[in-house]
Design a protein around this ligand. Structure first.
Ligand code: SF4
Length: 89
């Protein structure tokens, strides 16, 4: 099976979900270690996303990001007005 490269200018119809996942993983792996959230924080953020109504097919409808990519950035925050990753309670 051809492993077709995708880019920011591709439409959803241009790639399948597996290709998108591979690209997201490549982008996370390419992040400098000092810019990446540690595994515990990464998983904590994704657990919150998984229970959020704004998560649709791996994408946050608030910002259009793949949440796995957004959550991997140490200094990134949830784009919701209430910042669900950091709000108390
Ligand atoms: S609004 Fe925040 S918690 Fe919800 S899917 Fe987007 S990034 Fe995740």
């Amino acid at each position: 099976m051809e492993n077709k490269k995708i880019c920011y200018k591709c439409l959803l119809e241009d790639f399948d979900e597996n290709a998108a996942l591979l690209t997201v993983r490549e982008m996370i792996n390419a992040m400098p270690a000092e810019n990446r959230a540690d595994e515990k924080e990464y998983r904590r953020r994704l657990d919150i996303c998984k229970n959020c109504d704004s998560l649709i097919s791996g994408t946050c409808v608030k910002c259009g990001c793949y949440v796995e990519l957004r959550a991997a950035g140490k200094n990134r925050s949830c784009p919701d007005i209430h910042d669900r990753w950091n709000r108390e309670g």
